[in-house]
Ligand binder design. Structure first.
Ligand SMILES: [Zn+2]
Length: 183
């Protein structure tokens, strides 16, 4: 951040009085511009024994497969955001069910919140940000072409839980882009 969004003057990075962390503070109007993690909400859309994945049409990880998910908007709930992202990326309507996974990704200040969801019909297609959308059984999932560690972990837990006959709630932390710890 270089300029104040309130008055347009320059900002400086400093620790405000009574605070513990450096913030962007306006040199002119003294507004403190707090920056906090972003929430990414999404779905695991189910249809019988298959789940819906989207092949990304955008960077990062263009061409790789992911669950429909994206940045939560102001004024919406996590469930509504997850359903909206599924509609935008896969033109698919879902009934959002159970909270399934929460992943912290501290090195990029993001938190993923993923829900199990039931597809309401098979009328889906690639949205603007997808090259292709299709249903996969566990054995059809392109494990070597999954876009993100969060998605790979979520799908692994999903199929493990389904085999056990009980869907749990999974909280994990992705430490680096390549290594992940999760439960
Ligand atoms: Zn200012």
């Amino acid at each position: 951040m270089n300029f104040c969004s309130q008055c347009g003057a320059r900002v400086s990075l400093k620790v405000p009085a009574g605070d513990a962390l450096p913030r962007f503070v306006c040199d002119a109007c003294a507004t403190i511009h707090y920056q906090n993690p972003k929430l990414i909400v999404g779905c695991i859309p189910e249809w019988e024994d298959r789940i819906l994945l989207c092949r990304r049409a955008i960077e990062p990880r263009r061409g790789l497969w992911t669950l429909p998910a994206g940045f939560m908007e102001n004024g919406e709930t996590t469930m509504a955001g997850a359903a909206r992202e599924t509609l935008e990326e896969a033109n698919a309507r879902v009934n959002v069910m159970q909270l399934f996974a929460v992943y912290n990704i501290p090195h990029i200040s993001q938190v993923y919140v993923l829900f199990r969801a039931r597809l309401l019909d098979l009328d889906y297609s690639a949205g603007e940000e997808s090259l292709e959308v299709r249903l996969f059984t566990e054995h059809e999932v392109p494990w070597d072409e999954i876009a993100f560690a969060t998605v790979r972990n979520t799908l692994t837990h999903y199929f493990d839980d389904r085999r056990l006959g009980h869907f749990g709630m999974h909280v994990g932390t992705i430490e680096t882009p390549s290594r992940a710890t999760a439960r």
